[in-house]
Design a protein around this ligand. Structure first.
Ligand code: ZN
Ligand code: ZN
Ligand code: FE
Length: 752
């Protein structure tokens, strides 16, 4: 008995080797018909012996390519047309959804790994092994359509054996653009001073010897260089910090395998799924071991698994089971990705360089994820995710949203889909700004956007580099979107809820407000469709010295505490505030360079200063992160400090007064930090319950960097659980300013 089926599959099925997979599967079951990319998915017609067709359909669902994700599969009986073979057809007109054009980079797949370590395979031990199921994409693309001559593999013509695999639809390497082997492809070598060690085996052995001898190694990865050393060797880690001018910011780790990762951090099942996912991110989780210097004063460790063949080879040759793998840059610069640049910039940091010849087309950092009270969340969106689509936005024209100046990403909307770039960093840094410009160029040219039709969106801040950049573009329209509204809109865009009327709560460090003040604790009611009205906020404080206050918690404290009565002498025990505090108070008294603010970030800084964090921070958000980890050290059943809602204002004064009283009474810092967190969560929860009840809203949206505080989020979600409210936060884009560009794009997509 013969039969035919028509199959339509939706989900992530384009650009991930799905059609060759279907072709091979059909062949292995002796079936005829065709497969093509159609619209948002893949369309298949298959015919042959009825049991074989059934097995084919079953295998399709149970063994799809590793990077694919089947969201929906529609099956229908079809007429037998008498095909003599199975073929991959050209895509339907308009069938190539934009998503197929640029896929994110993929970790090495299981089949390639097996070959990498198998005795006979010709690619045994070859660090550039890949196939259609795995390997680099975004990081090697020079132009479109995605084809070998337009990748950084263009200088390595395929040998006859590779070419045969490349052109055989039955082969796993059919149309795998970066396909290569030791005969025809690029190689790795090791540079140490003036010595060069050639040949993978010798280079890897020497690299491993150096790592075991507490040296620092620069390793070329997929989207840039890493600096690596033995994570268990405190001297090597201290050396790396000193040479890199990175005093305290946590280093990411690479664990040899899942078992090693489980020994380093407490992994929930959800965290394990993130770790082994095809995005292969750094996963932040509570530490189970103390690793000196890896993440100072921080209860979490960030761990990832090996994702490139080279990483697997390093461990196979005997590298320490836990390696520091931090982006190779000096503090605050973006990741180094060009060889000459790396050699120059990193000389004096790395003792040796493991350099691969395949160029990297663009820098792509490691992504960072964590599991929160609301499930898995992306904290830094880069390798493995970028530049994938994250939301559907019904725009009448292409939109380019430029994000903010910190933790910058950009978003391009074409064909109704929003593509979010990789994390580009702080635009105040020249290299990051260059990466930002290159990415604007990359995305607009790859998606063939015409500037005459483009709507450009930027932050309302008139002095942001990204705003000035927008003003200089020759776009059809340029619009500004307020920072915190963009935060809220980013969540709604992710949840495909453009017309949903919600209460939005945006808490972060800094954003330019409607009134020119520095906002950062804002409550809004409205929707993307109709706009958001600010309905409540933190009681405004003053901020002496503007931006510099974000680097000095005692300076923020001078501002927030200026409104408190009966303030003790904070330069004395137990507070010991440095001179900077006095200077900031003088600014306030003279009313010089003093700005109004509702920043939640500075409120955290103030509490941190009162509890002992009185020095300058060395990375953004450090004092608030320190405070969270202090709080995690206390028992959970601590009471809450008061944060009353007074009309439309949350009054922070009783909250800070309670911190001061506790501290003077000698209460432990973790307990006070916890009572502060509980107070903040309770104050926000009460405001949320009041406002949603008054306005009959069933959804509350949380965004802004403060909600990356997992303790605060968990507490708040628990307090809201009793109410029948949907609580949404960011998932696919960061809640911090890395998600702004998506929100800006969403706010701009319904403009006429
Ligand atoms: Zn593979
Ligand atoms: Zn070859
Ligand atoms: Fe923000």
């Amino acid at each position: 008995m013969k039969k035919a089926q028509s199959i339509r599959i939706h989900g992530v099925v384009q650009g991930v080797g799905f059609r060759p997979f279907v072709y091979r599967l059909a062949h292995s079951h002796g079936l005829c018909g065709w497969v093509l990319n159609a619209g948002e998915g893949v369309q298949i017609h298959v015919e042959g012996a009825a049991p074989a067709v059934d097995r084919f359909v079953q295998d399709l669902q149970t063994q799809p390519p590793p990077a694919s994700r089947i969201a929906e599969i529609d099956l229908a009986d079809a007429e037998i047309q008498g095909f003599a073979e199975f073929e991959i057809r050209d895509s339907e007109a308009g069938g190539n959804a934009p998503t197929v054009r640029i896929s994110p980079d993929l970790p090495v797949c299981a089949s390639c790994l097996e070959e990498l370590f198998s005795g006979e395979d010709r690619r045994r031990g070859y660090p550039y092994i890949n196939c259609t199921d795995c390997g680099p994409r975004y990081s090697i693309i020079l132009g479109l359509p995605y084809d070998r001559p337009r990748t950084t593999m263009r200088d390595w013509p395929m040998c006859p054996r590779c070419a045969a695999e490349y052109s055989d639809p039955l082969d796993r390497r059919f149309h795998a653009q970066p396909v290569a082997c030791p005969d025809c492809g690029p190689h790795f070598h090791l540079h140490a001073g003036d010595d060069v060690v050639n040949g993978e085996e010798a280079a890897l052995r020497e690299a491993v010897r150096l790592l075991r001898a507490r040296r620092i190694l620069a390793v070329k990865g997929i989207g840039g260089y890493h600096l690596s050393c033995n994570a268990h060797d405190r001297d090597a880690v201290a050396d790396l910090r000193e040479r890199k001018f990175r005093k305290e910011k946590p280093f990411a780790l690479m664990a040899r395998d899942l078992n090693v990762a489980r020994r380093l951090v407490k992994l929930s099942p959800e965290a394990e799924s993130l770790l082994i996912s095809s995005q292969s991110p750094v996963v932040l989780a509570p530490a189970r071991v103390a690793l000196d210097g890896v993440a100072p004063e921080n209860g979490d460790l960030g761990v990832m698994l090996p994702y490139s063949p080279l990483h697997h080879l390093l461990f196979a040759y005997g590298a320490p089971a836990a390696l520091v793998m931090t982006s190779a840059n000096r503090s605050s610069e973006p990741i180094a990705y060009e060889d000459d640049e790396a050699l120059e910039r990193l000389s004096g940091i790395a003792d040796a360089f493991l350099i691969g010849e395949r160029p990297i087309a663009r820098r792509v950092d490691d992504s960072v994820c964590a599991v929160t009270a609301l499930g898995p969340a992306v904290l830094r969106r880069a390798r493995g995710y970028a530049p994938g689509a994250v939301a559907k936005l019904p725009a009448d024209r292409p939109i380019l949203a430029l994000g903010g100046d910190l933790k910058n990403t950009i978003t391009l909307v074409v064909g109704g889909e929003a593509f979010v770039s990789q994390h580009l960093g702080d635009l105040g840094n020249y290299d990051a700004f260059r990466a930002f410009q290159e990415t604007v160029h990359d995305l607009t040219s790859m998606y063939e956007v015409k500037w005459e039709t483009l709507r450009v969106v930027h932050d309302l801040h008139p002095e942001y580099v990204s705003s000035l950049f927008a003003q200089a573009l020759k776009a059809a329209e340029i619009v500004a979107v307020q920072h915190h509204r963009a935060h809220i809109a980013s969540v709604l865009a992710e949840h495909d809820a453009l017309d949903r009327r919600v209460l939005g709560v945006a808490f972060d460090g800094t954003g330019f407000g409607d009134d020119g003040a520095i906002w950062g604790s804002e409550f809004f009611i409205g929707s993307i469709e109709k706009g958001f009205e600010r309905v409540a906020h933190l009681r405004p404080a003053v901020l002496p010295g503007g931006d510099a206050a974000a680097r000095h918690p005692v300076q923020a404290a001078a501002g927030f505490l200026a409104g408190l009565d009966d303030l003790p002498d904070l330069t004395a025990e137990p507070f010991n505030f440095p001179r900077r505090y006095i200077q900031a108070r003088e600014l306030i008294e003279k009313d010089v360079r003093v700005f109004p603010t509702t920043s939640a970030g500075r409120l955290f800084d103030t509490a941190a200063a009162l509890l002992g964090f009185t020095r300058e921070i060395s990375f953004e958000g450090q004092a608030a992160i320190w405070l969270e980890h202090q709080a995690r050290g206390a028992r959970p059943d601590i009471e809450e400090h008061p944060l009353p809602l007074d009309g439309k204002e949350l009054d922070f004064r009783p909250l800070l007064a309670a911190v001061i009283v506790d501290r003077k009474a000698g209460r432990s810092v973790p307990e006070i930090a916890r009572a502060f967190h509980h107070g903040l969560a309770a104050g926000v929860a009460r405001a949320v319950l009041d406002l949603t009840a008054q306005e009959r809203l069933d959804t509350v949206v949380l965004s802004g960097g403060v909600f990356q505080n997992r303790l605060l989020l968990e507490r708040l979600v628990n307090l809201l659980r009793t109410a029948s409210l949907a609580v949404w936060c960011n998932r696919e884009v960061p809640a911090n300013d890395g998600g702004l560009s998506l929100g800006q794009a969403a706010m701009a997509c319904l403009l006429q």
